[in-house]
Ligand binder design. Structure first.
Ligand code: ADP
Length: 276
């Protein structure tokens, strides 16, 4: 009964409030269904590593183990708890992004330093996923001659989510290129192109939804939470921009964070674009 009452208060003078009522109820039940889905997804994501952890604890308690076996099990348990930590961190970040506007008084974000951090992280991840040797070609173009006004922490997280996804989803032998460019009219973007599996058109519109995965097993295998692109999308939107995806199955993908010119500043060393 509550949704009906709420709708009447929102549209007290509507001519055809019956129609509006049914639309509002649909919107409310959709929101409610999304909330339920989200809670179910979170519970599932947490339950899986917890079950695995509990299994290892039981094994360790019930079997006599050698030192080597104990070390082995402890490493597996550490991986599971790390997975839960990453998930909870992503959830907290997403809830912060969804719940509050970007604070005023933006930082001047030095993109050279930020990209250097992302590059080091991506190379480390690539080595971890392909211990057999240099398996992927990672190309980071020179940093742009401008800075961005915004939240450094958020931009760092959005950029590394796109870059690390390219590393995670591109198989050995593939290549990844990361570059900033100025678009016309008056926009800049960070583009991440890869020669990975690509994404079919029917999945593209759902990219950026929380927990939406095209390839579930590959996501889990490489430590994905299913929240990285949702975070990137929110960060871009909070900075007045958007997350864009162009992809072709079998060829690869380009994920980009697009920002409006109003965010662009001269780099702190004085080079680059003048502040608008
Ligand atoms: P996950 O933790 O599962 O990677 P994301 O939100 O980062 O979650 O990405 C959502 C889904 O989008 C992934 O599960 C994957 O199926 C797909 N995806 C993301 N980046 C790429 C990419 N570079 N190439 C192919 N598929 C991708």
């Amino acid at each position: 009964a509550r949704p009906v009452k709420l709708s009447v208060q929102i549209h007290p003078y509507a001519d055809n409030y019956k129609l509006l009522l049914s639309q509002d109820i649909t919107a409310l039940s959709q929101a409610e269904a999304m909330r339920r889905d989200f809670v179910a997804n979170v519970s599932h994501e947490i339950r899986t590593p917890l079950t695995v952890l509990a299994g290892f604890v039981e094994t360790m308690q019930s079997l006599p183990l050698s030192d080597a076996e104990r070390t082995h099990y402890l490493a597996l348990m550490a991986a599971q708890s790390e997975r839960m930590q990453t998930l909870v961190n992503d959830l907290l970040m997403l809830s912060r992004l969804e719940g509050s506007p970007l604070p005023d008084g933006h930082e001047l974000v030095d993109l050279a330093a930020l990209m250097a951090e992302c590059e080091a992280e991506a190379r480390g991840l690539s080595e971890l996923l392909h211990p057999e040797g240099e398996a992927q070609r990672l190309q980071f173009d020179p940093p742009p001659a401008f800075a961005l006004a915004g939240s450094r922490g958020e931009l760092r997280s959005a950029a590394s989510n796109l870059i690390n996804n390219a590393v995670r989803y591109t198989p050995a032998g593939g290549s990844i290129r990361v570059f900033w460019e100025e678009l016309l009219p008056g926009q800049v973007r960070l583009a991440v192109t890869d020669t990975g599996p690509g994404i079919a058109p029917e999945h593209i519109s759902r990219i950026g939804e929380r927990f939406y995965r095209v390839d579930r097993s590959r996501s889990r295998e490489s430590g994905g939470t299913g929240l990285g692109l949702a975070i990137a999308k929110h960060v871009a939107q909070r900075h007045g921009g958007e997350l864009s995806v162009v992809s072709e199955v079998g060829k690869g993908s380009t994920f980009a964070l697009v920002f409006p010119a109003s965010r662009v500043r001269a780099a702190s060393d004085g080079s680059g674009l003048a502040a608008p």
